[in-house]
Design a protein around this ligand. Sequence first.
Ligand code: UDP
Ligand code: MG
Length: 315
Amino acid sequence: MPERIYVVIPCYNEEEVLPETSRRLLLKLRALIAAGEIDPGSRVMFVDDGSRDKTWAMIERLSGEEDIFSGLRLSRNRGHQNALLAGLMAAKDRADISISMDADLQDDVDIIDGFLAKRKEGCDVVYGVRSDRASDTAFKRMTAQGFYRLMKAFGVELIYNHADCRLMSRRALEGLSRYGEVNLFLRGIVPLIGYRTGVCAYERAERFAGESKYPLKKMLAFAFDGITSFSVRPLDFIRGLGLFITVISLIISVYSLFARVFAWPFGGWGVLMGSLWFLSGLNLLALGLTGSYIGKIYAETKRRPRYFVEELLDD
Ligand code: UDP
Ligand code: MG
């Protein structure tokens, strides 16, 4: 029995790429259906993440023209992770497997073949991993590499060079649906679900058209969010630092005592100012970091809904 797949595509102001993306996906899915690889009820689900351009109008038109296209519209912009989750949760109740991809054609549509092959081997989760980053700007490459290093240093288990292009089976999606956290970092959560996993390499292309919706500021926020959502190591670190500085200050105090008694050289004023500024800075840093965690707890305890669906086109 061929399985029913839902290809989930989050879209935020993607009117420039949608015509091409939908064209390629239509061809791909039609070919797979014709070859008996997937169920004829398989769909491409575009999730409109509160776009301000013609994205939703295009999705409506597409779903009217072709049964293969369905659409989900969020009540407002909730960010890539929430939009993707909304699509995956809709797919969970309708399909045997979901495949998530970006709208900008950076993820090769042909990777679906590789995913399905791995699925046949019995995988519940298949990660799309990019084999090279030649298409990225040097800047993006460097920041991305720094990102994985940083995450690793803080003990967050991530699949190297894997973004959000992946296959998930229904039971993996069921697993995902049980993680109720508001601070969503899918890349970190999916490896926690378990089951049999596979990896599929692909070459990541350049964005087909339009601009990246992830400026540096958003990327940094995303990395920080990832760390504080999955690791308390930064807190251990400041505790260790606090201990270290206490020891150092004890040594300095003892030294200054001896310096006074035996008239050793000791630049009192400079040391005072330096340590004052250093310790105040450190205090603020520690406070701020602890505050970030408290902020997360605050957000989690409120249990606010992650998204609202405004409209669902799926027949
Ligand atoms: N996206 C979204 N909501 C947002 C920002 C982005 O749904 O608030 C979608 C966007 O339409 C695209 C995907 O997330 O399909 C990845 O965004 P983008 O290609 O701009 O990021 P980059 O590849 O530059 O990291
Ligand atoms: Mg992109």
